[in-house]
Design a protein around this ligand. Sequence first.
Ligand code: MF3
Ligand code: CO
Ligand code: CO
Length: 257
Amino acid sequence: MTDNYLEKFEKMRKAGNLASKTLDMISAHIKPGITTNEIDKLGYEFIRDNGGYSAPLYYRGFKKSLCTSLNHVVCHGIPSERILNDGDILNIDVTAIVENYYGDTSRMFCVGKAPIKATNLIEATYQSMMNAIKILKPGIKLGDIGFEIQSYVEKKGYSVVRDFCGHGISNVFHESPNILHYGKKNTGIELTPGMTFTIEPMINAGKFETKVLNDGWTAVTKDKSLSAQFEHTLGITENGYEIFTESVNGLHKPPYN
Ligand code: MF3
Ligand code: CO
Ligand code: CO
C-alpha cells in the first residue's frame, strides 16, 4: 500500500514546519509586558512573510490570526490588549496554510516564573500528548490514543476536557475523524497509513467542565482551575508516524528552570 499520500505528506510537512517555526519565533517574545495582540501581529506577519496564511483569521468569524489562551482559558482565547504578567501561563495555537495544506500546533509558555502547580500541569499535559504519539502506527484504534492520555493525567489528579477534541486535517482545517483525548483501549476506528490528524489534549488541574464566554469563542474551565494544552499535527506511515509540527530548534517543550 504505497498510495499517493507521500505528496500529501510533503505539503503537510511544509505547513507544519511554518506553524512550528512561527511558535519558535514567538517564544523569544514571551515576556512580562507584551500584549496578546502584539503576539498576534508577530504571528500574522511571520506567516505572511514566509509564504503562508493564518488559518484562524476570518475562520467562522474569528478576527485574529492565532489563539492565546491564558491560565484558566482552555482554548480559543482571543488576542487582546491584555498584557502578560509574571507567573501567567499561556497556550499559543498557530495554524498555517501553505499551498492549501494546514499545519496546526500549539505549545504552553510560562511568563517569567510560573508556580510549580502550573509547571507540573504543563509537564503532564506535554507528556500525555507524547505518550499518545509514541503508540501511533497502523492497526491501533482511536480509543487507544484517548486511553493513553486519560490514564496518564487522571493518575495525577488532573482531568481531560471533553468539549473539544483533535481532528483530521489536510487541505481542510477540521475534518473527520474526531480525535478524543479520553477513551477505552481497542475501541473506535483503526488507524491506516496516510491518515493525517492532530492530537491536542486540553488538561485541567480541576474538573473537566468548560464554558464558552459571551464573545462566542473563549472557552474557560467552569471551576476556574488552570488548564494546559499542547498540539501536534501528525501523519500515519507504513510502520509508525511522522510529526509535521516538530520544532527544528527543540522548542516544543519549554525549559521551566
Ligand atoms: N487551532 C485550533 C485547533 O486546534 C482551532 C482554532 S479556530 C479559531 O483546532 F478560530 F479559534 F482560531
Ligand atoms: Co487543532
Ligand atoms: Co490548533
